[in-house]
Design a protein around this ligand. Structure first.
Ligand SMILES: Cc1ncc(C[n+]2csc(CCOP(=O)(O)OP(=O)(O)O)c2C)c(N)n1
Ligand code: SF4
Length: 248
C-alpha cells in the first residue's frame, strides 16, 4: 500500500494537550514538516514562549529552549550569534509577542537578526483564561472586555506584520491563516520561505498564522472557523507584506 502521510520526524509522537478546534497543533505540524523537508532537524533550535504553546518544547523533536514571557526573540538572538550555523525559530502567541514581548520583538526585527518567528495570533490570552490581548478585535468580548473591546478605553489592536514589514533588516513577512486546508497549504509555503530566508542568511523573517481559540471565544470549533472568516480575516488581511525581489 502506498504511504501518503506520516508523522513528521521533527514532531514527537506525544498527544497534544490543546483543546478541540485549537490550531496550535496544525502550526506545530507545519513547522515540523518544513524542518524535515529542509533537512535541518539536527541543527534547529526552537524557542517556546509562555502561553498555551508553552509545551511546544515537548512536541518538537529538535532542541528547544523555554523562554520567559515575551523573551523568545532575545534568546534566539543570543543563541544565533553564538551558533550562527544553527536554525533558530521562536514560536509565540499574540499575548506573548505583542504585549510583554513587543519590545524584544521590535528590537530583534530592527537588528535584522537572522532568525524566524512563527507568531500564532488567536486574538486572546488562551492559557490564562481569555483576557484581552493586544490583538483582540474592536468590539470583541473577552473576560476583561465584557462589553467588547473599545478603541476609546483599550486602544486599537496591534497588527504585527504591518508594524515590522517596513523595517530594514526584516526580509520576509507573511500573514497566513489555519482555518481551512487551502490556507493551511499556503501557510506551510510561507513557513518554508521564512526558514529559507534564514538559511540563506538574509535577515529576520516572520510568519503570522491566524488561529482560533474556540475555548475562550465560547464557540464550537466550526463556529470559531466561521468567526475567523467573518471577523478576524477582514481585520488581519492575509498575504505577503514583505519579500525580497524574485521570491514569490
Ligand atoms: C511576566 C508574565 N506576565 C504574565 C504571565 C501570565 N501569562 C502566562 S501565559 C499568558 C497568556 C499568553 O497568551 P498568548 O501569548 O496569546 O498565547 P495563547 O495561550 O493564546 O496561545 C499570560 C498572560 C506570565 N506568565 N508572565
Ligand atoms: S485555550 Fe485556546 S489557545 Fe489554548 S489550547 Fe485551548 S483553544 Fe488553544
Amino acid at each position: 500500500m502506498k504511504k501518503i502521510t506520516a508523522r513528521p520526524y521533527s514532531l514527537r509522537d506525544v498527544p497534544f494537550h490543546y483543546c478541540p478546534g485549537c490550531m496550535h497543533g496544525i502550526a506545530h505540524r507545519l513547522v515540523a514538516e518544513v524542518i524535515d523537508e529542509l533537512g535541518v532537524s539536527g541543527r534547529t533550535i526552537g524557542i517556546s514562549s509562555v502561553g498555551c504553546s508553552v509545551f511546544a518544547k515537548h512536541y518538537f523533536n529538535v532542541d528547544m529552549i523555554q523562554a520567559a514571557h515575551g523573551r523568545a526573540p532575545s534568546i534566539a538572538t543570543g543563541v544565533k550569534r553564538v551558533l550562527p550555523d544553527r536554525v533558530l525559530f521562536t514560536y509565540q502567541g499574540d499575548g506573548d509577542l505583542a504585549a510583554i514581548g513587543i519590545g524584544d520583538f521590535i528590537h530583534t526585527a530592527y537588528r535584522g537578526e537572522k532568525i524566524t518567528t512563527i507568531f500564532v495570533n488567536n486574538t486572546v490570552y488562551g492559557m490564562t483564561g481569555g483576557q484581552m490581548a493586544p490583538t483582540t478585535l474592536i468590539g470583541q468580548v473577552t473576560k476583561t472586555t465584557p462589553f467588547g473591546r473599545s478603541v476609546e478605553i483599550n486602544g486599537n489592536p496591534i497588527r504585527a506584520c504591518e508594524l515590522i514589514a517596513p523595517v530594514e533588516g526584516v526580509v520576509y513577512v507573511e500573514r497566513v491563516s489555519l482555518h481551512n486546508p487551502k490556507e493551511i497549504i499556503k501557510a506551510k509555503k510561507a513557513i518554508r520561505k521564512a526558514f529559507e530566508m534564514q538559511l540563506n542568511g538574509v535577515g529576520f523573517s516572520l510568519v503570522e498564522a491566524l488561529s482560533a481559540c474556540p475555548t475562550n471565544l465560547g464557540l464550537s470549533p466550526l463556529e470559531a472557523i466561521k468567526w475567523m472568516e467573518e471577523k478576524m480575516i477582514p481585520f488581519y488581511p492575509l498575504g505577503v507584506y514583505k519579500s525580497p525581489a524574485g521570491v514569490v
